[in-house]
Design a binder for this molecule. Structure first.
Ligand code: SF4
Ligand code: SF4
Length: 174
């Protein structure tokens, strides 16, 4: 819905720095230490909706609906991308994944279809023309290092030049 409204220019697309999740994570941890309560569980949208489905109505469901409206009309996936400590933790853990998506610079024509398809488009920034690339000039293959990639494979499916593929880091060890 957000994408359709934005395409019709009824609402604006708003993006923020994903590092905000780490600030919120620190805040939730600090509040838990201070209160001896699992503070995030009070606000966790998935927790609220699960309890609503199992136990029926309680007031916190209005908070989940509020988050949904924010995500539709203000910032797509705003809760997941900028607030949720679960996403932040996964993001830290998956940085060391053996399997990553790799991008071949020479095959890419920078059409950016992959970025349009990805639910966490900042991890594909590398595919933009004139993006800053780490490593030597002659390097062709780059692994996507962003921890937010869920390895869903959508970008691989849509790339018309096969510039993206799964890359198993274990193979290099064998
Ligand atoms: S879809 Fe493929 S060719 Fe297009 S920008 Fe992405 S990697 Fe490059
Ligand atoms: S595999 Fe999925 S999450 Fe990862 S970069 Fe591609 S589209 Fe995005």
């Amino acid at each position: 819905i957000h994408e359709n409204l934005a395409a019709k220019k009824i609402i604006k697309r708003r993006e923020f720095d994903p590092k905000w999740r780490y600030v919120f994570t620190a805040l939730f941890i600090a509040m838990s230490f201070a209160s001896s309560q699992l503070v995030f569980e009070i606000f966790s949208v998935t927790g609220i909706v699960s309890r609503f489905v199992i136990y029926g109505y309680f007031h916190a469901i209005w908070f989940a609906l509020f988050v949904l409206l924010v995500e539709i009309f203000y910032s797509r996936r705003g809760w997941c991308r900028y607030v949720c400590p679960i996403g932040a933790t996964y993001s830290l853990l998956t940085r060391t994944n053996a399997v990553k998506v790799s991008w071949n610079k020479d095959r890419c024509d920078h059409c950016l279809v992959c970025i349009d398809t990805c639910l966490v488009p900042h991890v594909l920034e590398i595919t933009k023309k004139n993006a800053k690339l780490d490593g030597d000039e002659n390097k062709k293959e780059f692994r996507l290092v962003g921890g937010d990639c869920t390895l869903c494979g959508r970008c691989i499916d849509v790339c018309h030049h096969d510039a993206l593929k799964f890359d198993n880091g274990f193979k290099k060890l064998i």
